[in-house]
Design a protein around this ligand. Structure first.
Ligand SMILES: NC(=O)c1ccc[n+]([C@@H]2O[C@H](COP(=O)([O-])OP(=O)(O)OC[C@H]3O[C@@H](n4cnc5c(N)ncnc54)[C@H](OP(=O)(O)O)[C@@H]3O)[C@@H](O)[C@H]2O)c1
Length: 313
């Protein structure tokens, strides 16, 4: 037992040092080399996507294309991140559409993605609160599939063709640790994230021996409007801290010949990797019981909020 705890402390320390020393990866691979000349980010108007946009612009990516559903938010992010060395363009596209190809922004999205040298897919939605699977309406399951899964599949499809023709590119998908470890009361969300993991890993297998980076990033909690957590902590990084770690991880995937030893699924933030290691070694039922009891508390709070809102309406 003491040996295990000692080992855990050493592992935590080593991971922390390796992932927090600035430029550990960028010394070997500069950002422009990682992302190429043109990066497209979906879900760029908030949270992790917005943080990635900020970081890419600060590092002088020549062309940055922000994709989001709300033009006002897109314009605000554009104003904030645009620099002398970075040209920022925006594409308005609502991914919660029955047929994305028939929506107003689709042709523009297609045009921008056809010449993208890298794509970071951050658009996503989760449950408004913890719920049992039977409590989730079918229309909302549809939304989860459209925004989390279909948008990722379509954006990757549109970028993939050009990247394959040029023989290089980088695709980063935002999965979630909920697809690797069970996530009760967020079942539909975890299901879409599991599919993204399958999509990315299979694409990587298709690209073996090419210089094509494909990465599925699987974070635990990050302080964004999705997680509803405001204060960063050791286990819950801010979106900026996450994006810094995420970009370092993306360095490892880009511009390398894809081979058998490369892992497509990555947990970039050091303390998330530690949680993942620990819960993958625990007896499964322990983690599942722990999450179930946590989620039941959250459900209770959420249900109380819903009841209050319906009685005051
Ligand atoms: N935060 C976490 O704890 C966490 C953990 C694991 C995985 N992730 C994943 O990380 C990604 C980013 O999440 P986040 O935490 O940054 O969430 P967030 O702050 O809520 O941002 C989500 C982004 O997706 C956009 N979006 C939502 N619905 C859309 C639609 N119908 N069409 C187009 N864009 C839409 C949002 O646009 P608006 O600005 O208009 O709302 C926003 O830009 C997601 O895929 C999420 O599943 C997050």
């Amino acid at each position: 037992m003491f040996e295990f705890i000692g080992l855990l402390v050493v592992v935590v320390w080593l991971l922390k040092v390796a992932h927090t020393v600035p430029g550990v990866c960028s010394r070997r691979r500069s950002l422009p080399k990682t992302l190429g000349d043109k990066l497209v980010i979906t879900g760029a108007t908030d949270g992790i996507g917005r943080a990635y946009a900020d970081l890419a612009a600060k590092n002088g990516i020549p062309i940055l294309v922000l994709v989001g559903r709300n033009q006002e938010k897109l314009d605000a992010v554009k104003r904030e991140v645009e620099t002398k060395t970075t040209t920022v363009r925006t594409v308005q596209a609502d991914f919660d559409s029955a047929d994305l190809t028939k929506t107003a922004g689709f042709e523009e999205l297609k045009r921008e993605l056809s010449t993208a040298e890298s794509l970071i897919n951050c658009a996503g939605v989760s449950y408004p609160g913890a719920m049992y699977y039977e409590e989730v309406g079918v229309p909302f399951l549809d939304t989860l599939i459209r925004v989390n899964l279909m948008s990722t599949m379509i954006a990757a499809h549109l970028a993939y063709k050009g990247m394959r023709a040029r023989g290089k590119g980088l695709l980063v998908f935002m999965g979630s640790a909920s697809s690797l470890v069970a996530e009760p009361l967020l079942v539909g969300y975890a299901g879409t994230k599991g599919a993204i993991d399958g999509l990315g890993r299979s694409l990587q297998a298709e690209c073996v021996s090419t210089e094509f980076g494909i990465q599925i990033q699987v974070p635990f909690m990050v302080t964004t409007k999705m997680s509803k957590i405001r204060k960063p902590s050791l286990l819950v990084p801010s979106a900026d801290a996450y994006a810094r770690a995420g970009l370092r991880a993306a360095c490892h995937a880009s511009n390398r010949t894809v081979n058998d030893s490369m892992r497509a699924t990555i947990c970039p933030y050091w303390s998330h990797q530690v949680i993942l290691n620990v819960c993958q070694r625990l007896p499964r039922y322990l983690w599942e019981q722990f999450r179930l009891s946590e989620q039941k508390v959250l459900r209770k709070k959420y249900m109380a909020k819903v009841t209050k809102a319906t009685t005051t309406a």
